[in-house]
Design a protein around this ligand. Structure first.
Ligand code: ZN
Ligand code: ZN
Length: 365
């Protein structure tokens, strides 16, 4: 919706003023999508603190029709070298542009050299992470897209289980494809990332890629997957056991479930991200499995499946209402099997909103 994008650009202008920049050249495509709604593969955006009438969008001729529909509310120019074209435009309007920021975390050294030439007399200053700062906190429209993506993943998993998609004799790859097809059937526009389906001892590999390994009776099966809606991602991990769980399987499952609940309870505005990690981790450490939980607790989710904030011991910052994060502790017993349980949640005042609603009991099939 144009008013959403216009509101986001106004918020960015406030950040630019704080940073004493007259303008920002936005070159990251996801940041451009966030600020304009454009979904093509080549674009640049020059946001000027002077207002919408001095803010210019550029893409190339392939996107003439698409950009007219997606970005009806800004001046549009067509040029294959979109960032350089906007730099040249700023240079030609030297009265208005004396100093412009650029997204230094997304620009290569070669691109920087080309931009510097095109910007001419305009002073360029590094301005990393400004749009990402805005993207940290989701508005209700974004949360709705996340909710839809999570719902598609929930329904796909329910279908898979109901239709006997998890059974001895199937391969990890077959299960992964089945799950992905079911997500598409339930409205996902694509998979959020390469799905993880890991059976038996493979479940002890945190980021196992599905193989032709065959599911066998007694296996723990770990599935970490996500759907997308309107560019937003979901991320969920659930466990199934093929037949009655062995005592050790149930034991690590219960432990991870308790740690996951403790992590989710800590997801509140004002809480330090490192303390959320700690809340879940200390449950696992107390049970003597600390070394077998060798990754961070979670991450932000939005236009990227992994984005800020990082919920880890090394993470910096505090949560605030509207952030969308995962909580995904795991215990991995090499050579035997592992358990991870992962939800996507939205930070709210009071208690978090859970977006991934599939049961967190160990599913026995
Ligand atoms: Zn995941
Ligand atoms: Zn994740």
């Amino acid at each position: 919706m144009p008013e959403t994008h216009s509101r986001r650009r106004a918020a960015l202008r406030a950040l630019l003023q704080e940073a004493e920049l007259e303008a920002l050249l936005v070159t990251d495509l996801l940041n451009i999508r966030y600020l304009t709604g454009f979904t093509g593969s080549n674009a640049a955006l020059l946001v000027h603190t002077g207002g919408e009438e001095h803010t210019v969008f550029c893409t190339d001729g392939r996107y003439t029709t698409q950009s007219a529909a997606e970005v009806p509310d800004l001046e549009r120019i067509l040029d294959r070298s979109s960032a350089q074209a906007l730099a040249a435009r700023a240079s030609a309007d030297a009265g208005r542009y004396r100093l412009s920021g650029f997204e230094s975390q997304h620009v290569s050294v070669d691109q920087f050299d080309a931009l510097k030439t095109q910007f001419g007399g305009v002073e360029l200053r590094r301005a990393p992470g400004l749009v990402e700062d805005l993207r940290l906190t989701k508005d209700e429209q974004e949360i709705d897209a996340l909710r839809q993506a999570c719902a598609a993943a929930d329904r796909a998993l329910a279908d898979l289980i109901e239709h006997g998609g998890l059974r001895p004799g199937r391969t990890e790859l077959e299960v992964a494809r089945d799950l992905e097809n079911r997500m598409l059937e339930h409205g996902s526009t694509g998979r959020s990332f390469d799905s993880i389906v890991a059976a038996g001892a493979n479940s002890a590999i945190p980021h196992h890629r599905p193989t032709s390994a065959v599911l066998a009776a007694g296996d723990l099966v770990k599935m970490d997957f996500g759907a997308t809606a309107d560019g937003y991602h979901s991320d969920m991990t659930r466990m199934v056991v093929l037949g009655k769980p062995a005592a050790w399987q149930q034991e690590i499952y219960d432990l991870v479930q308790r740690a996951q609940a403790a992590g989710c309870e800590a997801v509140l505005p004002g809480v330090d991200v490192a303390d959320v990690d700690k809340a879940a981790r200390e449950v696992i450490v107390a049970a003597g499995h600390g070394p077998e939980f060798a990754h961070g607790l979670g991450h932000g989710v939005g236009l990227e499946v992994h984005e800020a904030p990082s919920l880890a011991a090394t993470g910096v910052g505090t949560l605030s209402a509207g952030m969308a994060v995962t909580v995904e502790p795991g215990v991995y017993l090499a050579g035997r099997g592992g358990v991870r349980i992962e939800d996507t949640l939205v930070v709210r005042d009071g208690f978090p909103e859970l977006l991934t609603l599939s049961t967190k009991e160990l599913v026995v099939v």
